[in-house]
Design a protein around this ligand. Structure first.
Ligand code: ZN
Length: 308
């Protein structure tokens, strides 16, 4: 069994408009933009990162905004809801804020003994804020969101699958333990994690498969401490029959990817070297940062990428 996973590292989704996406995460949710770079495989598209002050693994929501991308259709084989942890007693603040910002359709819920509010992003992305007591993480404040309400990082990600069994077995192999079940949802948690420790699987045997597009989660990444731990995880997955990519340098972390039985793309990413490797923590996310292989494109990209 794998023992090196420390919870979620980041969640990466797709969007249709970079400026709307940036405004939503900073002005509405009050996260900090911690990196403005490009998709390393398609450098004419941004890769935007939002999180806490330093972009601590377990707080980092990232987006590829493809201008004008068609909207995804929700279904199985994907992460349907990305959940953030907020302080106890803050949901009324958030509900009011969403109303003030003209967002329709947010919904108060209670599941697994937790109070939450479900809402949608600019491309109908599925999100929830869940009240958590005793979350030791410190949220980024500003843009009208104070300490009493600030997002602490991820609470969990929830997958929708036709058949939960094989993916449940994979999570167990990755060090997660089944801790609860409510209705058609099974909850898994990893011990010794970074507080973004929960994964839910919602089983929908007869639902249609999702059509990936703007508003869809592209992949979720799990955190490991360093490259040595990542190589151990890679070997364990491959020994079990998973096809795993070679280790890829993403400048701020090292990444491996593999497809899960239920269709969701998983990544395992290192906590090292982190988002302050090429700019000061005080100025994270301000300048356009390009990986070395795309630095020669800077002039063109500065002209063609939509101003945020
Ligand atoms: Zn990723």
């Amino acid at each position: 069994m794998i023992k090196q996973i420390r919870g979620l590292h980041h969640v990466t989704s797709l969007a249709s408009n970079a400026r709307d996406n940036n405004a939503f995460f900073t002005d509405v949710l009050g996260l900090r933009r911690i990196k403005k770079t490009v998709n390393f495989d398609q450098p004419n598209v941004y890769h935007l990162y939002y999180g806490d002050e330093g972009g601590t693994p377990g707080t980092v929501m990232t987006y590829f905004p493809f201008p004008g991308m068609h909207k995804g259709a929700p279904g199985t084989g994907e992460v349907g809801s990305t959940r953030f942890a907020v302080p106890k007693g803050s949901l009324s603040f958030w509900r009011q804020r969403f109303e003030d910002k003209g967002m329709a359709g947010s919904e108060m819920n209670n599941a697994f003994g937790e109070q939450s509010i479900a809402f949608q992003g600019p491309d109908d992305d599925g999100f929830e804020l869940i009240e958590v007591a005793d979350d030791g993480r410190v949220g980024w404040t500003g843009n009208g969101v104070g300490e009493q309400a600030a997002i602490h990082g991820f609470h969990s990600a929830s997958m929708r699958l036709r058949d939960a069994e094989a993916t449940g077995e994979l999570l167990s192999f990755m060090g997660y333990e089944q801790i609860d079940k409510a209705g058609n949802t099974t909850r898994y948690a990893v011990a010794g994690g970074n507080e973004a420790n929960i994964i839910d699987i919602e089983t929908l045997p007869s639902a249609d498969h999702a059509d990936q597009g703007a508003g869809s989660v592209h992949h979720i990444a799990f955190a490991v401490e360093d490259r040595a731990a990542q190589l151990e995880v890679r070997k364990a997955l491959m020994d079990t029959g998973y096809q795993v990519t070679p280790v890829i340098d993403r400048d701020y972390f090292w990444a491996i990817y593999f497809r899960t039985p239920g269709g969701v793309l998983f990544e395992v990413a290192t906590n090292e070297p982190g988002f302050d490797r090429d700019e000061d923590t005080a100025h994270l996310g301000e300048a356009l940062k390009l990986p070395t292989q795309h630095e020669h494109l800077r002039e063109r990209l500065e002209e063609t990428l939509q101003p945020l």
